[in-house]
Design a protein around this ligand. Structure first.
Ligand SMILES: [Fe+2]
Ligand SMILES: [Fe+2]
Length: 156
């Protein structure tokens, strides 16, 4: 499986989750927002970790794409982690701004980030890395996600 297809597939449910969070947020108190952010954080952070390790760092090391766009994606991962960290901070530390505004910033940052990956970075990677490299990275993705890739079952 091509790693880019796997990462694109992960964007689908994450987009649904952040859209649901944006809809629900105005009716949630601070503690409920933290619980919702906690549920979202694992999915977003594990996705970003796999992207860093399996795609962005090898892409930078290949020297086959300009470093700027890849470094911008890595930096956006850190921004998203910081926003999630603000939302998850215990109430005593919650003097870090209005959690409702932080949720809105998180939603907009993640949406923009996914758009940028899907429209710029993934096509750039598809042009710079061979199909074999992307397939091998897809196998590592499957191992990390504990899913077994199987060949198609023939109907004959
Ligand atoms: Fe990303
Ligand atoms: Fe992504």
């Amino acid at each position: 499986m091509n790693l880019l297809d796997a990462l694109l597939g992960e964007h689908g449910p994450l987009r649904h989750q952040i859209d649901a969070l944006k809809l629900a947020a105005p009716n949630l108190g601070a503690a409920e927002l933290r619980a919702a952010a906690l549920a979202l954080a694992e999915g977003i952070e594990s996705h970003a970790t796999l992207e860093d390790e399996l795609l962005f760092e090898p892409l930078l090391a290949s020297g086959r794409v300009p470093a700027g766009p890849v470094e911008a994606m890595l930096q956006e991962h850190r921004q998203i982690e910081a926003l999630l960290g603000d939302l998850l901070a215990p109430a005593a530390e919650a003097g870090r701004g209005d959690p409702q505004r932080t949720v809105l910033r998180l939603v907009e940052t993640v949406r923009h980030h996914f758009d940028h990956e899907e429209n710029v970075l993934f096509p750039l990677a598809a042009g710079a890395l061979t199909a074999e490299t992307l397939a091998a990275a897809g196998e590592r993705w499957a191992e990390r996600r504990s899913v077994e890739l199987r060949p198609p079952i023939s109907a004959a």
